[in-house]
Design a protein around this ligand. Structure first.
Ligand SMILES: CC(C)(COP(=O)(O)OP(=O)(O)OC[C@H]1O[C@@H](n2cnc3c(N)ncnc32)[C@H](O)[C@@H]1OP(=O)(O)O)[C@@H](O)C(=O)NCCC(=O)NCCS
Length: 168
């Protein structure tokens, strides 16, 4: 069993050497994000980019930000009756997630998602946060369903669906 360390990245050079494509294609733009935008997003506080290492070896990353979700994207059962004048709820956005091609199907992606839920739960004890949310393609929802995320029944935006998990 490998020991993993998960912490915010400050050096993006190693991240850029990893490959987040699927057989050369990058349908969700994750590889492009790492190559072109991750460093600026981190520096400009649009996201915090976290890396997952085993020993000295970087294997994956994710980005998280404070955000909000429009209540209309959530199922009616999620609406808080006493907050009917609020049109969006506070969330943690899991903006990007990738595991290097060489290290997939070992549970690293799932581990990072669980870590995000734990982080949101911890921060949610200090600042309001009702869900962890993300957007993904319809063919990738299984990974999140297994981790108790619900898919929004609202129509996809740019062919991506919204998924959310309520914090306990
Ligand atoms: C999606 C991703 C993060 C999963 O990482 P991982 O470490 O392999 O994840 P886990 O081992 O915890 O779980 C693997 C599961 O993810 C799902 N999955 C992984 N790649 C997938 C793909 N290309 N299409 C659909 N589902 C996929 C499957 O349910 C898979 O289950 P299996 O191992 O039983 O086949 C990784 O494949 C990746 O980086 N892909 C490219 C970038 C991407 O799609 N990011 C997600 C954006 S929402």
């Amino acid at each position: 069993m490998l020991d993993f360390e998960i912490k915010p990245l400050t050096d993006f050079e190693e991240l850029k050497t990893l490959d987040f494509r699927d057989d050369g294609s990058d349908p969700l733009g994750v590889h492009n994000f790492v190559q072109v935008r991750a460093q600026s997003y981190g520096r400009n506080k649009l996201s915090v980019i976290w890396g997952v290492k085993s020993g000295q070896r970087l294997m994956g990353f994710f980005s998280v930000s404070m955000s909000s979700i429009q209540t209309k994207k959530l199922e009616a059962v999620e609406h808080v009756p006493e907050a009917s004048t609020i049109y969006s709820y506070p969330v943690m956005l899991l903006g990007q997630l990738g595991v290097d091609r060489e290290h997939r199907h070992k549970g690293i992606g799932s581990m990072m998602i669980k870590f995000c839920v734990g982080l949101a739960q911890e921060l949610g004890g200090r600042i309001g946060c009702r869900y962890v949310v993300l957007q993904t393609s319809q063919d990738r929802t299984d990974l999140y369903h297994k981790l108790r995320f619900v898919q929004s029944s609202k129509p996809p935006t740019e062919s991506k669906v919204w998924m959310y998990r309520k914090l306990a």
